[in-house]
Design a protein around this ligand. Structure first.
Ligand SMILES: *[C@@H]1O[C@H](CO)[C@@H](O)[C@H](O)[C@H]1NC(C)=O
Ligand SMILES: *[C@@H]1O[C@H](CO)[C@@H](O)[C@H](O)[C@H]1NC(C)=O
Length: 124
């Protein structure tokens, strides 16, 4: 009986770290809430998310003298880091063509600070 219990603990010690690594180390957003991890945005049609998407397209247009028209946010994730990072897939339209971009916007609401960190085309 004693030996069986020790065996159980030994097994548990072996298996637990592997289990934890699988659950936590996998994709960001799955598993536990890791600090600095990306969390999927559940509702990308929320006004605030739309606003961030529009901001990204406007900033990109200003910086690159483009004329993309914001259509919608297709999907997105957020990351909390001294503010919030938004990583959004935004649909845009230019010259009759729809094109998706991945935009990263860093926002610090309390400072009314927003910055477009990156804006790169993605294959739709
Ligand atoms: C998503 O947000 C929009 C705008 O706030 C709302 O109209 C809609 O009902 C929400 N959808 C879900 C599934 O919560
Ligand atoms: C905003 O982002 C741009 C890169 O897109 C960077 O050059 C600039 O320094 C950033 N501004 C601030 C205030 O962080």
């Amino acid at each position: 009986m004693k030996i069986e219990i020790q065996c159980f603990y030994f097994l548990a010690l072996l298996v637990l770290p592997i289990y934890a690594a699988t659950v936590l180390g996998g994709k960001s957003g799955a598993g536990g809430v890791l600090p600095g991890g990306w969390q999927p945005i559940k509702n990308v049609t929320e006004p605030h998310v739309t606003e961030i998407g529009e901001f990204a397209v406007e900033e990109y247009n200003k910086e690159s003298k483009s004329q993309l028209k914001f259509l919608s946010v297709v999907k997105g994730e957020t990351q909390v880091v001294a503010g919030t990072n938004y990583r959004l897939i935004v649909a845009t339209k230019v010259g009759g063509l729809t094109k998706n971009y991945q935009a990263v916007v860093w926002e610090k609401t309390w400072e009314h600070f927003r910055n477009l960190t990156s804006f790169t085309p993605v294959n739709a």
